[in-house]
Design a binder for this molecule. Sequence first.
Ligand code: GLU
Length: 205
Amino acid sequence: LKKGTGTLVETVIWDGSRSGPRASPLFQQTVRRPETPKSKQFMCGIVGYIGPHDAVDFLIEGLRRLEYRGYDSSGVVTIDDGEEFAVTKTAGRIDDLFAKLRKSPAPGCIGLGHTRWATHGPATDTNAHPHLGGDRDDAVVAIVHNGVIENFRTLKQRLIEEGYEFATATDTEVIAHLLAKELAERGGPDENAIDPYAPLIEAVQ
Ligand code: GLU
């Protein structure tokens, strides 16, 4: 029973041998459990690493620390020396993700990790983040995202008409392809610009 600022939890234990209108429970207790703060409800977790060590160790540790926020699936991506993306995802717990990574390790010193609260598309391995943008076989960006893209249907339709192939049912994947499109049309970020990444931000606004 939810009421006021907390959750009323009532525990009642009946003794089966007593019955009738005058029967009373053996034990009855009502407590008010404080509500989970809004900031801790349905918040996905995002963690990133760039450094001299294998990214995966830090990503898994970071995601474990974010588990308290709740999630329905999880994933990581790393980039190895050959600039290949290694994506590992699961519609399960961080322990399941860790088990997958032990079976097929994801090398690389750059990486992203994500715990998802599905809003668009069910909690499946495929819909878990990260998502890749660009050609299926030659992705140019990998992204994770927290939140909702209200107009994703319009954007998705437009991108499909331009030849982009979608692998997931998420709203997030449009961001990956919008970034890939921007990079394809304008080339990489202009490092001499005041804000080299401004065009990329603009592309997804
Ligand atoms: N809307 C995105 C999805 O459904 C992100 C959800 C989240 O914030 O975890 O994949």
